[in-house]
Design a protein around this ligand. Structure first.
Ligand code: FMN
Length: 168
């Protein structure tokens, strides 16, 4: 897909189904992400493509984060929160592993670089024919969820990317 056509036609995909992106297509999206502008070339982005086991742990941690935020959450609501994270065939977490050893590159600029990389990733996914939904919510700020994506508590989850084929 031509660049302007991709930019002008991208929208969030609320409903996703199989198939998710192939390994080859995921690699192209990750390569596109890595072309983002990045002050100081710190490469702060950490894109984690969750495998089946990590998806289960991620969903459990996300539902637990919701219960921490809403202590009244009952078992049914917990299960629904968990299931929400497992609806799309593919989950990718876009994290920012903050570097604090370079005072010239403030933390916010590192987060912005990851946001730019995330948009590259999304546009590449769209150009390759996939639907994407950028999500955050309380899960994105929870240390347990971050740990599943290989991030430290002081790092940031910039996006939880739900990917697949558009449904409906
Ligand atoms: C930082 C960020 C966080 C977002 N978090 C969520 C979210 O938690 N849930 C959600 O449904 N959409 C989320 N979105 C997607 C927006 O809701 C969506 O892009 C917006 O509604 C515009 O729709 P469009 O993408 O189809 O143009 C997020 C977008 C950004 C940039």
């Amino acid at each position: 897909m031509e660049l302007f056509a991709a930019i002008e036609s991208r929208t969030s995909a609320a409903r996703l189904t199989v198939p998710g992106p192939s390994a080859e297509h995921l690699e192209r999206m990750l390569q596109a992400a890595a072309r983002a502008p990045d002050h100081g070339r710190l490469r702060p982005w950490r894109f984690s493509v969750l495998d089946a086991d990590a998806r289960e742990r991620f969903a459990e941690a996300a539902a637990s984060a919701k219960r921490t935020a809403m202590p009244g959450l009952d078992a049914e609501q917990f299960a629904a929160e968990r299931a929400k994270q497992l609806r799309a065939p593919t989950l990718v977490v876009a994290g920012c592993a903050v570097r604090r050893d370079n005072p010239k590159i403030p933390e916010i600029e590192q987060v912005l670089a990851v946001a730019a990389a995330t948009q590259n990733f999304i546009l590449a996914a769209h150009a390759l024919g996939y639907g994407v939904m950028w999500k955050t919510g309380v899960a994105a700020y929870d240390p347990g969820v971050k740990a599943v994506a290989g991030l430290r508590p002081e790092d940031h989850i910039v996006a939880i990317l739900h990917l697949g084929t558009r449904a409906g």
